[in-house]
Write a protein that binds this ligand. Sequence first.
Ligand code: TNX
Length: 522
Amino acid sequence: MRLSLSLLRPALVATALAALISCQEPRTPMDLAQAPIIPLPGSVTATGSSFLLTEKSQIFAQAGNAEVKTIAEWTATFLRTATGYPLTVAEGEAQGKGNLYFSLNSTPDTLGPEGYTLTVTEDAVTLTANEPAGLFRGVQTLRQLFPARIEEGSRQEGPWEIATGTITDQPVYGYRGSMLDVARHFFGVEDVKRYIDLMAAYKFNVLHLHLSDDQGWRIEIKSWPNLTTHGGSTQVGGAKGGFYTQEQYKDIVSYAQQHYITVIPEIDMPGHTNAALASYPELNCNGKAPELYTGTNVGFSTLCVDKEITYKFVDDVVRELAAITPGPYFHVGGDESHATKHDDYMVFVNKAKEIVAKHGKQMVGWDETAQANIGANDLVQLWASPKFGLMAVEKGAKIIMSPANRAYIDMQYDSTTRIGLHWAGYIELDTAYIWDPATRIPGISRENIVGIEAPLWTETVVTMDDIEYLAFPRLLGYAEIGWTAAGLRNWETYKLRLAAHGPRMKARGIDFYAGNRVPWVN
Ligand code: TNX
C-alpha cells in the first residue's frame, strides 16, 4: 500500500522526516534547572531538551587512565541494574550518539579536587574533572538526573531520559563526614559497606569509625589480642558483640576508597576505655581488671596515665592501626574523661599526639583535646563546647563542626521517635538543615573550619534499619550543608527537593523517617 505523504498533516511529516534523518526519536522537553539534586550544585544551566540512554549506549573513559576507567565501570555497573542495558565501557573519545564520556581536564581548572563539569546534550553526556574524585562526585549527580527507579535493585521499565544542560559544581568544604559508633552496638562489614554506599550517593568523603568505647573494643590489635577476644565480646544490653579483624578493616577501608571516602579510625582515650581496662589489668592504676560494661553511662573509666605500660599500649594500638589506615588522620577521642584528673588528661593527650605523629598521622580529637598542646596540624571536633572550639582556633588548629544540637544523628526527631536520645534536643528535619557551620559559633569562621561531620552514636541503635531511620533523611541535609554554598541553601526549596528523594530512598530500600515537615511525593 502506498502511503501518500500529502494526506498527513505537514507538521507531522516534518517531525517524522527529522526523526528519520537523525535516526532518533524527537526529544522530550525537560528542564535541568528543576532537577531535585541533593546536594544542590553550584551552577546549573538548562537547555530544555533531553538525552536518552538506550540499549546501545556506551561509556567511554579517557584512554590510558585506569582510575577513570574504574569510575566508568562503577557507573556502568550501577546503571545496568535498573536499565538492563549492556552499557559497555571502552577507552577513548566518545563516538556516535547516545554515549557517555568521562575524562580529566588536561589543565586543571578552578573546580578543585572534587569539582566536576557535567554537560548533557541530546547526543551525549560529558563529565570532566580535575581529579578522579571529582568524576566520582559528578557521577552521583548524574544518577540523580534519572528517574527515581534507577535506584531499584532490579530491572525497571524505561525510558531513561535526562534533562540537557550544564552543571558546574564543587564543594564548599573539603571534609564532609559521618561517624558510626560500632562500639556501643557492633555493626558488621556488610552494614558498614551499605552505609558507605548511602554516604557516597550524597558526596560525603569521610567515614569516622568509633572503634572502641566502654562497651566494646572492635578492632583486632595483634599485640594485644585480649582487647577483642574479651573486650569485644559483648555490647550495650549484654548481647554478643563483635570486632573487625585487620583484614576486614582493610576491606572496609578499601571499599571506602573506591567511593572516594577516607576512613578515620577512632580509639577513644583516656576515658571511654572500660573494654580495654577489662581486657588488661595492667592498664588500671590498681592493677585490677573491671567487669565488662553493657550499660550506657559515660565518664567512669580511665587509662592509668602514670604507668609506662599505658604508653606502650597506646603506641602498639596506634602503630598497628595507622599501618592499615591510608588516610592522614587518627582520632584519639579524648571526650568526657571525667575519671581522669585534669593535669593527667593534659599529659595523656600530649603524649598521644606525639605517638600519633610518630606513626605518621595527624591527630583528631573531640573538643576537650583543645586544652592540650595542639597546633596547626591538629583537628578538633566541636561537639559541645564553643569555649574549647575557640581555644583550638587560637592555637591554630582547624575545626570539624559537629554541634550535637544540630548534627547528632542519634538525637530523636521528636518525643515520639522510637529510638535515639535527646540530651542535646530534638532535631527535626528543618532544624537539622537550617544552620551554617561558619556562623554557628561566634569567633569560628569559614577559614577555621575543615568541614562538617554528623556522628551516629549507637546506644539505642541495634539494627541497620535503626541506623537508616535516624540517618535518613537528615544525612541529605548534612551533605548539602557541607557541599553547597550557604547563600544557595534555603529550607523552603530544599524541602521540595528532599520530597523528591523519597521515592529514591524507597527504591534503595532505605527505612527513612518521613517527617511531616516535608511534602513527600510518591
Ligand atoms: C556524648 S559526643 C558522647 C558519646 C555518647 C553521645 C550520645 C561525645 C564526644 N561523647 O559518648 O555516645 O554523647 O549522644
